[in-house]
Design a protein around this ligand. Structure first.
Ligand code: CTP
Ligand code: MG
Length: 226
């Protein structure tokens, strides 16, 4: 079986959540925070060799989680932007192929992980989970009126995990950083280098917990499922 190391960027502050602790430490299930559930999902996936979690330099909470003692879990210090945190984690990986998954997407499923890893290995090409846009899309003017409707046929919403060959992602993120490019996901770094990347249909349940509404939704889904 092909094994994957996974990088989990968890060094953000969760500004849009507006909570007193970084959002990844908010409770999702009784006694279990968002980050713990995300890490559990990855560590329980058989193809994952080890998980590298990138933490903020002043993180005081991670070591209080029981999962922090897991034998296949390692930590690194992240950076100012998500891409910096991912690059720090990526340097600690050892496998030919790697996965990068947001700490804030705890509802990732085995089916999603299977779909992504199988597509990347089958095509021998990196890829990301993504969703086709279902809404009609409007481009706004500066004054928030509608400039025009954007055709949605080719619009996809990027999720994580994102799966790449380690050396290719390392090269792309290092170059993006050297050029001062702001990349909000790994695929963006490959795109600017002209490297190919597949879109693998994912699930709407694998949404990123960004706002208090998302947290409410995730709790509701988990309580319905249990
Ligand atoms: N992240 C990171 N290092 C950063 C910024 C973000 O590791 N310097 C991580 C976050 O912890 C999160 C993931 O990247 O797991 C996705 O980012 P996002 O959802 O934007 O989280 P935050 O940046 O924490 O939230 P916000 O943008 O609302 O401040
Ligand atoms: Mg952010």
């Amino acid at each position: 079986m092909q094994l994957f190391d996974a990088v989990v960027p968890a060094a953000g502050v969760g500004r849009r959540m507006g909570s007193t602790v970084p959002k990844q430490y908010l409770e999702l299930l009784p006694g279990k925070c968002i980050l713990e559930l995300t890490l559990e999902k990855l560590l329980n996936y058989p193809a994952i060799h080890q998980v590298i979690v990138a933490l903020s330099a002043d993180d005081k909470l991670f070591s209080t989680l029981s999962i922090s003692k897991h034998p296949r879990l390692y930590t690194v210090t992240g950076g100012a932007e998500r891409a910096d945190s991912v690059l720090c984690g990526l340097k600690a990986t050892q496998t030919k192929w790697v996965l990068v998954h947001d700490a804030a997407r705890p509802l990732i499923s085995t089916a999603d992980l299977d779909a992504l890893t199988q597509a990347c290995l089958a095509e021998d090409c990196g890829g990301i989970l993504a969703l086709r846009s279902v809404d009609t899309l409007k481009l706004s003017t500066a004054s928030q009126t509608i400039a025009r409707t954007v055709p949605r046929e080719q619009i996809w919403r990027a999720q994580t995990p994102q799966c790449f060959k380690r050396e290719q992602l390392l090269q792309a993120l290092t170059q993006a950083s050297a050029q001062g490019l702001k990349v909000t996901d790994e695929a963006s770094a490959l795109e600017v280098m002209g490297m190919p990347c597949q879109l693998v249909p994912g699930s709407a349940l694998n949404f990123k917990i960004t706002t208090p509404e998302d947290l409410l939704l995730a709790k509701a889904i988990l309580s319905y499922g249990s």
